[in-house]
Design a protein around this ligand. Structure first.
Ligand code: NDP
Length: 320
């Protein structure tokens, strides 16, 4: 495993990390979670990602139980959660980053995870109804209380991140240090345009999500929907059309020989490609079974195999 600096912080984060969206509770119980987290940690992963909204809190409970059983030294790994959607459908607690919700939300997450603090706390989305200043103050207070060590954003517009940093700088508050954006061969918009001012200009870190576009970039949907797959889950019906989209799968098919020439599986190729971007601090992987973790961790051996000609060919195929 290689480690990168998480933006301007002093943290060294593993190039590949491991997250729990969809999988924990829906596809993995505590035993399976234990096996997958152990496989990732043994491969050098030091960051495990979660969110209050994942399986409505159950994902946090499962990760907390697995961490307890794994018995790792707390100093040796990073764990995160994210707040925004809320667990209760009331105007105070739903789709919000208001101070009350954030302070109560972090307390609930820590209880479910059985942890004293999370290392990273993300605002899972931006909230146009709450002044950014209120959110910055709340996150600062959460850090001062020791419930989180650093805070970040997820899927925020570049200008919103710059505003939060500016407010924190002016008030001498803990500022956000990391964004969690979608990033894969087919979805690159969160590193384009004004994000340059965020990553290069401010030294913001990034932990990127859905590097395999939910499995599309493994090639598993070229011939339809495999039984044990994300697209086969009834709860993921909203995503299925994207995963079986013919044009997208044609592009996936065209990438296959490039991966084969490298000696990589398409999943390994797609993961290693994400790490060509030096503004990426860590690529958040996901898995529904331990074999996928083993396969994905081997992506690291291909990171230095992407020549300029190959990058150009990839861009031609993906239409980037
Ligand atoms: P991916 O795009 O990598 O998709 C992971 C899924 O692809 C797995 O669960 C598995 O699904 C399938 N898969 C993975 N590896 C392989 C393999 N080698 N061969 C075949 N199939 C494979 O990542 P996720 O979408 O899961 O996102 C990763 C993490 O990012 C999440 O866990 C979460 O922590 C974070 N995230 C953050 C978001 C945010 O808004 N901040 C949003 C989404 C994710 P299956 O076997 O069921 O087909």
């Amino acid at each position: 495993m290689q480690y990168r600096k998480l933006g301007n912080t002093g943290l060294k984060i593993s190039e590949l990390s491991f997250g729990s969206w969809i999988t924990f509770h829906n596809q993995a119980d505590v035993d399976k979670t234990y096996d997958m987290m152990k496989a990732a940690f043994d491969a050098g992963v030091n960051f495990f990602d979660n969110a209050e909204a994942y399986a409505l809190g159950k994902s946090e409970e499962i990760m907390g139980e697995a961490i307890k059983r794994l018995g790792w030294r707390r100093g040796s790994y990073l764990v995160s959660t994210k707040l925004y959607w809320g667990l209760h459908d009331t105007p105070l607690e739903n789709n919000t980053l208001n101070r009350k919700y954030l302070l109560e939300g972090i307390a609930g997450s820590l209880q479910r995870m059985n942890l004293d603090y999370v290392d990273l706390l993300y605002c899972h989305r931006a909230d146009s109804d709450t002044p950014i200043e209120e959110t910055v103050w709340a996150m600062h207070n959460i850090i001062e209380r020791g419930q989180a060590l650093y805070w970040g954003t997820s899927e925020w517009e570049a200008d919103q991140i710059l505003e939060a940093i500016d407010i924190a700088d002016r008030r001498n508050l803990h500022k956000p240090v990391v964004e969690q954006p979608v990033y894969n061969l087919f979805q690159r918009h969160r590193f384009a345009g004004n994000y340059h001012a965020v990553y290069k200009g401010k030294g913001y870190g990034s932990t990127t999500w859905s590097p395999l576009a939910s499995g599309l970039l493994t090639g598993k949907y070229i011939d339809g929907v495999p039984e044990q797959s994300r697209a086969a889950l009834p709860s993921m019906a909203w995503l299925k059309d994207e995963l079986i989209d013919e044009a997208a799968n044609e592009r996936v098919r065209a990438l296959l020989p490039l991966a084969k020439d490298m000696g990589a599986t398409l999943a390994q190729f797609a993961l290693a490609w994400c790490l060509q971007n030096k503004s990426v601090s860590s690529v958040l992987t996901g898995a529904s079974r331990v074999e996928q973790v083993h396969e994905n961790m081997k992506a690291l051996q291909f990171v230095d195999k992407f020549t300029p000609d190959l990058m150009a060919e990839i861009d031609r195929i993906t239409g980037a």
